[in-house]
Design a protein around this ligand. Structure first.
Ligand code: SIN
Length: 289
C-alpha cells in the first residue's frame, strides 16, 4: 500500500490492478495528484478510483487530461456527449452475452489503438456485474524465451468484423439497450505488432485479444488460430487476472495497450449502467532491431 498526503494506492492482485482512495476527480485533481494517478496507471495497468460523483462533462474533462477522446466507431453515443458510450443492461433484459462480454481490448482494430479507457459506474447491481482484466505485459513476460523470440517480428491483423462487420454478430442481432452498427467499415483490417512496446514505460505487451485479433500477417485464420488461442489462453490464466468489483461511483481507468478485459454477465434481474470514454492512442511500435 502506498500512502501520501493526497491519495492511497492499494494493489488489487499480483499481476495488475490497484484501487485508488482519496482522489476527487470531479474537481479535477491537481497536477501532482494527476501525475501520481497516471504513473499508477502505467504501473498497475488498471485502476479503480472509488467514491466519485461525476457528471458526463466532469468525466470527460478528467479523461482529457490523459488524451483526446476517440471518435466512437459503430456504437451509438449519448446525444449530448458524442465521446461517451452508455453501456446499459436493463433489469428485464435476458441475453447470452452483454456488451464487452468477450475478452477484448477496446477498438484494437483502429490504426491507432486507444491508449486508455475510462468507465464510470452510474448504476451498479447489488451483486455481480464485475469486470475482469488480464495483464498482457505479464502474459508476454511469462512466455518462454523461444516463444518471445518467435513473436518478436510478427504482425497480427486486427479487425472489428466479427462484431461490427457485414457478417458480424451485430449484423444479425442487436442488443436491447445499446445501438450498434454493422457496416462494411467494420470489415476493415489493420496490422499491429504482436509485441507492442509501450512508449511511456518501455514495457513489452502482447497485443492480441480473443475477438479483434483475426490472424497473423501472411497466414490464414485457420493457420493462425492455434497460436492466437494459446496466447490469449496464457493471458486469461487466473494468476494473470484481476477482478474489479464495482460500487456506485467507482471510476475505472485502464491502459488499453497492456490489458484485455471481459464484462461478466451474471446479474439478470438488476439494472447496470456505465459510461465509457475511450482515449486516443498512437500507432503501435514493435521491438526495434
Ligand atoms: C467494456 O468492454 O468496455 C465494458 C466493460 C463493462 O461493462 O464492464
Amino acid at each position: 500500500m502506498i500512502k501520501n498526503s493526497s491519495i492511497e494506492i492499494r494493489p488489487l492482485a499480483g499481476a495488475l490492478g490497484a484501487e485508488i482512495l482519496g482522489a476527487d476527480v470531479s474537481q479535477g485533481p491537481d497536477e501532482a495528484t494527476f501525475e501520481q494517478i497516471f504513473a499508477a496507471l502505467m504501473e498497475y495497468g488498471v485502476l479503480i478510483i472509488r467514491d466519485q460523483d461525476l457528471t458526463p462533462a466532469q468525466q470527460k474533462a478528467f479523461c482529457q487530461r490523459i488524451g483526446d477522446p476517440v471518435p466512437v466507431p459503430f456504437v451509438k453515443t449519448l446525444d449530448d456527449h458524442p465521446e461517451i458510450i452508455a453501456i446499459i443492461k436493463e433489469a428485464d433484459e435476458r441475453t447470452d452475452s452483454v456488451f464487452g462480454g468477450t475478452w477484448h481490448t477496446d477498438f484494437s482494430f483502429l490504426p491507432a489503438p486507444p491508449k486508455a479507457s475510462c468507465l464510470y459506474g452510474r448504476e451498479i447491481p447489488s451483486f455481480g456485474g464485475d469486470t475482469l482484466f488480464a495483464s498482457m505485459t505479464k502474459a508476454y513476460e511469462n512466455l518462454s524465451p523461444g516463444m518471445q523470440d518467435m513473436l518478436r517480428d510478427m504482425k497480427v491483423v486486427h479487425s472489428g468484423k466479427r462484431s461490427y462487420g457485414t457478417t458480424g454478430t451485430f449484423a444479425n442481432k442487436q442488443l436491447d439497450s445499446i445501438a450498434v452498427e454493422a457496416t462494411e467499415a467494420g470489415d476493415e483490417e489493420v496490422l499491429h505488432p504482436v509485441v507492442a512496446v509501450i512508449p511511456e514505460s518501455g514495457k513489452r505487451s502482447l497485443f492480441v485479444n480473443d475477438i479483434y485479433a483475426i490472424r497473423f500477417e501472411n497466414m490464414t485464420e485457420e493457420e493462425s488460430a492455434p497460436l492466437l488461442n494459446f496466447l490469449c489462453g496464457q493471458a486469461r490464466r487466473p494468476e494473470n487476472l484481476c477482478r474489479l468489483d464495482w460500487q456506485q461511483g467507482s471510476l475505472a481507468i485502464w491502459d488499453n495497450r497492456t490489458t484485455m478485459h471481459y464484462a461478466v454477465n451474471d446479474y439478470d434481474g438488476q439494472r447496470r449502467e456505465m459510461h465509457r470514454v475511450t482515449i486516443s492512442g498512437e500507432p503501435l511500435e514493435g521491438i526495434q532491431p
